[in-house]
Write a protein that binds this ligand. Sequence first.
Ligand code: G3P
Length: 222
Amino acid sequence: MVSPLILVNLKTYQEGIGSSAHRIAAAAEAVGRESGVTIGIAPSFTEIHPVSHHYGIPVYAQHIDGITPGAHTGYILPEAVKLAGAHGTLINHSERRLTLADIDAAVQSARRLRLESVVCTNNVATSAAAAALNPVYVAVEPPELIGSGVSVSKADPQIIEGTVNAVLDVNPDVKVLTGAGIQSGECVRIAVDLGTHGVLLASSVVKAENPEAVLRDLVSLL
Ligand code: G3P
């Protein structure tokens, strides 16, 4: 069976840039190796190149724009993200929402470049819509629980179950992640038992005094 994915989004937290990003990447590499679980990180764009070249972990961009090379000042070119060493990319994160057309263009760019696409959604209906665009993953995160310290696995298992079923109906090739408030091995276990292929999380790892210890706990029941 394929390993679940634990994807740690460093967002723009102070604790997720520069040497702190390297510390989290090193922890992800160490815990990934000892557990056999795939642990990826989504750092700031400026950290994609160094992190993907120094550590044996999958690195994800936090966003791409569905554009092609040319005159697009200030946009994130998928080709540049790929060349920097990214394995995949988040698309439509709750803190970086896009139009449906933009999501479609970004997913298509990712597919063309063999970047693993993770389309974030906020409920069951948007998860079904995202699955129709044929990304690799749909990651459902109830916005009100993001950064709250309250786990989606415990507070809203219905959204996980509903998303797994809706995505399966629309496009059984698409895998499901869930996130918001994920903080322990128990949260991850519940999410996987409900049919997901892993979790997307941020604050519990990025803001931890000891990110490695938190990661070890996150994979402990898999
Ligand atoms: O991208 C993951 C994120 O939105 C969830 O954040 O801090 O609730 O784990 P957090």
